[in-house]
Design a binder for this molecule. Structure first.
Ligand code: 13P
Length: 251
């Protein structure tokens, strides 16, 4: 049985004051048993969140890491080793906002993925198609290429200690959600792609859905057989809403 994971990606949101408020809200949540929960604040607030959530069963992650695992001369970047040292357990790799706006290449993403694992972090590899790609009937092809690029560089075994997040770009921050059936089709294809190389890895890997997940639509998405939780953006900035999504993964 795969343990569901619900992770809240705070993106570039927050101030020290609003983060403190969110921590207070998270601390008060009744959390479901059997669900792994994480929040992913901007790197600047990781320490505040790690300290603030001490004793609460909520892990902390980062939104990005450097291509080099260890500290060194790389101005403006943060090494996976430093994230681990600060109490992170996860790191997002290849979020579509970074692929699209910052031009992160697939070669770079495999290095970040490897750097994260070298430091004991769990990479959460984000993949997904744009609206134009979906309309052109290329969804599965795009997602297979994005996943395939990491498998090719690092081998399927790397996914024994990683999470995949399917996030259709057209569903991110738009209020449009993939239907449970649309999401399931892609999740099943991701798992099938991994299965061609390793049945064990395919069976164990958690595949999260992301893109306008809310308390109101989470349960029907999480009920699908290949959806193992969610990567939540906007709705994770509200502790009560996030808590309700986490509980939906437990039911
Ligand atoms: P929204 O939940 O705001 O659509 O964001 C999804 C996302 O990009 C999470 O990484």
């Amino acid at each position: 049985m795969r343990r569901p994971l619900v992770a809240g990606n705070w993106k570039m949101h927050g101030t020290r004051a609003s983060v403190a408020e969110l921590i207070r809200g998270l601390r008060q949540l009744a959390l479901p048993v059997g669900v792994e929960i994480a929040v992913i604040p901007p790197a600047l607030y990781v320490t505040q969140v790690v300290t603030g959530l001490e004793g609460k069963a909520i892990g902390v992650g980062a939104q990005n890491c450097a291509v080099e695992p260890m500290q060194g001369a790389l101005t403006g970047e943060i090494a996976a080793s430093q994230l681990a040292d600060s109490g992170c357990a996860y790191v997002l790799v290849g979020h579509s906002e970074r692929r699209q706006i910052l031009g992160e290449s697939e070669a770079m993403l495999s290095r970040k993925f490897a750097a994260a694992q070298a430091c004991g972090l769990i990479p959460i590899l984000c993949i997904g198609e744009t609206l134009a790609q979906r309309e052109a009937g290329k969804t599965l092809e795009v997602v297979q290429r994005q996943l395939g690029s990491v498998i090719e560089q690092l081998g399927v075994g790397a996914f024994a200690r990683a999470v995949v997040a399917y996030e259709p770009v057209w569903a991110i921050g738009t209020g449009l959600t993939a239907s449970p059936e649309q999401a399931q089709e892609v999740h099943a294809s991701i798992r099938a792609q991994l299965r061609t190389e390793s049945a064990d890895v395919a069976r164990g890997v958690r595949i999260l859905y992301g893109g306008s997940v809310k308390a109101a639509n989470a349960a029907e998405l999480f009920a699908m057989p290949d959806i193992d939780g969610g990567l939540i953006g906007g709705a994770s900035l509200n502790a009560d809403e996030f808590g309700a999504i986490c509980r939906a993964a437990g039911s």
